[in-house]
Write a protein that binds this ligand. Sequence first.
Ligand SMILES: [Zn+2]
Length: 211
Amino acid sequence: MRLAHLSVILFCALITISCSRKTTTTLDQSSASERTKFDAQQKSLLLSGSASDPMRLFLTTNESDSLLLRQRAAEVIPNPSDPLLNACIDRLLTTVQDSMSLGVGIAAPQVGILKRIIWVQRFDKEGFPFEVYLNPVIKQYTKKKQNCMEGCLSIPDKQAETKVRAYAILLEYDTREGEHITEMVEDFTAVIFQHEIDHLDGKLFIDLLEE
Ligand SMILES: [Zn+2]
């Protein structure tokens, strides 16, 4: 009887240890991934339509949209089987290619999702394909600049020439499959990358104008 009692205590103690270990691990994992996962608000935005439905563009003319457009976006973890990441990637493409927008690039904050995801139309590749980039970072800029007439899907009725964009950039990014790529991009396509990556840091092309 006494032995049985002792073994029950021992068993309970073992369970407690293994449970507390498990809990600690789970907590660590979730706090690390919390920063990169989609929150409830982002989730409801993304699941408000199917992949073929464009999302509402956040505009500088709307006060609360404007606040979000000025925030820094968080990194994402590439994962081809994450349904929310896929929804975000697919709906961003639908939005930039929508007849109401017809843009040459888009960044996730422009649809209210503060994540480091952009689509860029590659005018330096045959057929001018749209390509998606996760966590893009510009590692180097040429001293040589280029002038470029810019517009933005989030800034209605505004086009202006910027004179401070680098002619070429050295770019690093992740693909949706998790490959890490380094690439040199130049000319007009380099401007699109600079414009879209600025969005991920809450910067807009109008900040670069002289007036
Ligand atoms: Zn823009």
